[in-house]
Write a protein that binds this ligand. Sequence first.
Ligand code: SR1
Ligand code: MG
Length: 403
Amino acid sequence: MSRFATYFLMKEEDVGDYTKTALKLFEPDAVLTVKEIGDGNLNYVFRVVEEATGKSVIIKQAGESLRISSEMKASTDRNRIESEILELQNQLAPGLVPQIYKYDTVMCACAMEDLSDHEMMRTAMLRHQIFPHFADDITTYMVNTLLKTTDVVMEHKAKKALVKSFINPDLCEITEELVFTEPYNDIYQRNLVFAPNAEFVRRELYEDETLHLEIAKIKFGFMSNAQALIHGDLHTGSLFVKEDSTRAFDPEFAFYGPMGYDVGNIIANLFFAWDNGYAYGKTQFCDWIITTVVEIVDQFKEKFLACFEECATDVMAKTPGFAQYYLDTILEDTAACTGTELIRRTVGMAQVKDVTTIEDAEMRAYVERINILCAKELIQNRSAYGTGADYQAAWFCAAEQAK
Ligand code: SR1
Ligand code: MG
């Protein structure tokens, strides 16, 4: 019996044999080199290369406990969810996700396209690199993967079958806690608050009950609105980029939830890149970030309405006025979820290098206050955020207030 017939967590020395004998992606006599390259919070990622031919593949395996903390567990079924979603998204948004070659529900591992000619977007953001096509690519990805998995477009029983197949309780629980609960009360005492802002965080987040009520509403919207098959963790560490290409990967947090969660995550993570650019005096880069945020909101709206017009199948959804109404609810969720992501990455346990690597403590404290003040405005007045220009104005207003 193959030693890969029962699950175990692989090490570099296991993965070559696994790729050849279990997945049959190389000839049995192929000479392979394997390197573990993962730097995410959850999984193990191996790059497998056959030097003789230059052929390479990525093997990603889910462990039973998470990399970020051995005490945190999450179902290894997340690897199946990720693989199946990438296959589906490859049809909905071709060229904007990595290709899945095979996945294995025993070892909870998948083999996917090696995108080593791309770079993780967060790493590129830390070098203040500009990607002129990004707004166009990411809005095409979001409109196609989101709107086309809703009841507006899909046959309703087929959509419900996807809801069932992509039920993702463990990973959703992580989001419900880390994004929608702990940043406001630190109930598990695992928040990471930057010491110079401790008093500010206590006042603005822990003691603001008006804010808590709005977060409770947004949390229950996230848990109850099975609107679209969302990526669920669409930050710049879930994107590979190069000059003329963008690929969204790592959709293991995917489930049927509100579309605005994905759009808001993208916007917030661009603001984190601005934080870093500002701290290091990169004016051109910061200008590009703001322009990109504006373009993302405005292009998302435009492409969404065009796609709705072209693809809607539900007879009542085609009622004049419904498309705009539906979009307005998504924009409201987008503002809310931009806010919740800004807050949770600033004070919660899963932070972002864009902010944590800022060496000047005063500068870091300042940009963290911008994140929190802008977030609160977006959350509390979320129905007023309908254009890219609205986000630009909110960001610079918070930058003034945070001084
Ligand atoms: C315990 S996992 C922490 C975070 O990493 C993932 O990328 C998600 O963003 C999650 O919230
Ligand atoms: Mg991830």
